[in-house]
Design a protein around this ligand. Structure first.
Ligand SMILES: [Zn+2]
Length: 356
């Protein structure tokens, strides 16, 4: 990202190449060659991922004449980012390749940005839209919920690998995409009420992704190749929508604030996208929109739609609804500036059947 954008100008940083399909992981090496990288390469990945996808990535790099080394990350914390940064300084890679789910990609994204190295994203799960966005979420940062870094130079998403990930991660990814239904409504509202910048193209791209996943819910549920592709393309489009907007606004509204609040207070939070999906049901009701449709589609996919299915007691759902507005006070949404009263929170959670 650059810091000196003139007023009334707009800076967008987008991925240059996106490769999606069955068995495309072996093409990582030639993708890097085509983009002009010469190596060495630092692979940033998780302890489990390395056994699933590490081999194919290393082989592909070797086949294209790259030398590579691997940094294993345990968690998405600032300490891990510093450790990988040190590794980057030591190895001096031409490029960082982030391989894994959200946390591995986030650490690769942030550590490469901090050390001025570009990065390639190789998602092995489709659980949220961080796989292609310039934003990271990380514990231990002063601004924990979205931190603008840089977009990946390229994305190589192998649907054969993603299709073998636990179904729960795929359902969670659907929740994160469907969430744009309320996120864009919140963004529009903030534009009307607070005169906040609103970009039609970014908003439409996020909404289209949400609509496509809803329309193809049965294919995703069946784990057909086209279903997984629809989901992965939608997640990437959401990342691009954030790159175009220069903010997470098109992809993160009241439903995300609810999910963040729930993660802070629930003893055992569910997955990000699972919570965002339930948040979308609740916040669609607040917007006077079609929450029944959201609920029906999430249910059809096999994503949680109730507190029970999230494995979280109803009191935390109500509490998170009343606290969500305070998670990020500058982000104006349907929750308003003072938030929901306990009674209103209880009403929306009961009306939508999220709690009994
Ligand atoms: Zn999200």
């Amino acid at each position: 990202m650059i810091s000196s954008v003139p007023r009334d100008s707009h800076y967008m940083q987008l991925p240059r190449e996106v490769l999606i399909g069955k068995n495309v992981a072996p093409l990582i090496g030639e993708t890097l060659t085509r983009l002009g990288f010469r190596g060495p390469v630092l692979i940033v990945t998780g302890p489990k991922v390395v056994s699933i996808a590490g081999g194919v990535v290393i082989e592909s790099l070797k086949g294209a004449g790259f030398t590579s080394s691997t940094a294993i990350v345990e968690s998405a914390t600032t300490e891990e980012v510093s450790r990988v940064e040190q590794e980057i300084r030591k190895v001096k890679p031409d490029i960082v390749v982030g391989v894994g789910g959200g946390k591995d990609i986030d650490v690769a994204k942030l550590s490469s940005m901090k050390s001025g190295t570009r990065f390639l994203s190789v998602p092995t799960a489709a659980s949220h839209d961080g796989i292609a966005s310039p934003l990271v979420s990380m514990k231990g940062l002063d601004r924990p919920y979205s931190y603008v870094t840089h977009a990946p130079i390229a994305i190589v998403a192998d649907t054969a690998i993603i299709g073998k990930s636990p179904f729960r991660l795929i359902a969670s990814g659907c929740g994160d995409v469907i969430a744009k239904y309320t996120a864009v409504r919140d963004w529009k509202l903030a534009h009307r009420i607070k005169n906040e910048y609103y970009g039609d193209s970014a908003a439409e791209l996020a909404l289209m992704s949400s609509r496509l996943v809803m329309k193809n819910a049965n294919d995703v549920k069946r784990l057909s190749d086209s279903g997984i592709r629809t989901l992965v393309e939608a997640l990437i489009s959401c990342g691009v929508a954030m790159s175009i907007a220069g903010t997470s606004r098109p992809c993160s509204g009241s439903e995300h604030l609810f999910s963040h609040a729930l993660s802070m207070i629930a003893p055992k939070p569910a997955l990000h996208g699972e919570q965002c999906g339930v948040g979308t049901i609740l916040c669609a009701d607040l917007h006077g929109a079609n929450w029944q449709l959201i609920k029906e589609i999430l249910h059809r996919i096999g994503a949680p739609t109730t507190s029970k299915e999230l494995g979280i007691d109803s009191e935390y759902i109500v509490d998170a609804l009343t606290k969500a507005h305070s998670v990020r006070p500058e982000r104006y949404t349907i929750l308003g500036e003072s938030g929901l009263t306990k009674e209103a929170a209880h009403r929306v959670a009961s009306t939508t059947g999220v709690i009994d």
